[in-house]
Ligand binder design. Structure first.
Ligand SMILES: [Zn+2]
Length: 287
């Protein structure tokens, strides 16, 4: 059968069908949150206990005990970062960008949480501060810190350009995880997952709904801060796209390091801290 050149014709009631009311998919008012007063108390006495640098076109791993936190800082120039998070004790539980998108929005900011994969489905981290919160939504429909894109990777690059480039975020994250766990690349690569695109400014084009990027509004001094809700292993890649204002997956763009500070709240706060527990569903799936 030949593929017809013309699309399927519209039914007579096409516009009526298109005008069905919009319904937000989840009862987002029921998403468990952290009270602002709790976050303020946690933030009050934070001290930096460790610092890790993700070098340009490379990635670094870091560990954050539950109740501690981490800040990702722009330092020398506008730079986008690709963040992976795992349960430090079980790499099969990792950041679930799709569900985070459904529970919050295409882009996340202060108060939103990063949720983990099924079956655990729990808050891994809560965003406690974001110096780019002011950005909101621009006239192109773009926002900052997206959970709609994946990470740049050498396979897509090979597919589209027939070039082998080894500093894509996927490769950077794979090397960093391999080094951190002292395990071969092939063993850890399947654990690298869809990211939080830190500082990246993205959206969908209004006419064709295609994923776009534009120069990040991040500047040195900006940071985003997270509270760890469970013991976390994180990895952050300084994307070869730099500010992602022109290209990625190549060496054409200026790239800068990203600084990760691990922060600790007061001992008093930590004593009362309760880790997020795994989801309450019994996983029997009707059997
Ligand atoms: Zn990247």
């Amino acid at each position: 059968m030949t593929h017809p050149k013309e699309p399927a014709s519209e039914p007579a009631d096409a516009n009526e069908r298109r005008s069905a009311p919009v319904v937000v998919c989840y009862d987002v008012a029921s998403v468990p949150t952290r009270a602002h007063s709790d976050i303020e108390t946690w933030r009050r006495d934070l001290v930096v206990v460790d610092t890790v640098i993700a070098a340009p076109r490379d990635a670094a791993c870091f560990e954050v005990p539950a109740g501690y936190g981490f800040r990702i800082h722009s330092v020398d120039g506008p730079q986008v970062g690709d963040l992976n998070l795992w349960n430090q004790h079980d790499l099969s539980e990792s950041f679930f960008s799709g569900k985070t998108r459904q529970l919050h929005a295409t882009h996340v900011t202060r108060g939103d949480r990063l949720w983990s994969s099924l079956p655990a489905l729990r808050a891994m981290a809560t965003i406690t501060w974001d110096t780019l919160e002011w950005y909101g939504w621009d006239e192109d429909g773009g926002g900052v810190h997206d959970v709609i894109g994946t990470r740049c990777d050498p396979y897509t690059n090979h597919l589209l350009k027939d070039v082998d480039y080894h500093q894509c975020c996927h490769s950077n994250l794979t090397r960093a995880l391999s080094d951190h766990l002292s395990k071969p690349l092939a063993e850890v690569e399947p654990f690298v997952h869809d990211v939080l695109n830190v500082f990246m400014c993205t959206g969908f084009t209004k006419d064709t709904h295609q994923y776009f990027m534009k120069a990040s509004p991040v500047r040195p001094g900006d940071y985003i801060e997270f509270m760890a809700e469970i013991d976390l292993l994180g990895a952050l890649s300084s994307c070869p796209g730099g500010d992602c204002g022109s290209s990625h997956s190549d060496d054409d763009t200026a790239c800068y390091p990203l600084k990760i500070d691990i922060v600790k709240p007061s001992d008093e706060y930590l004593e009362g801290f309760v880790k997020a527990s795994v989801n309450g569903y019994d996983s029997t799936h009707g059997r």
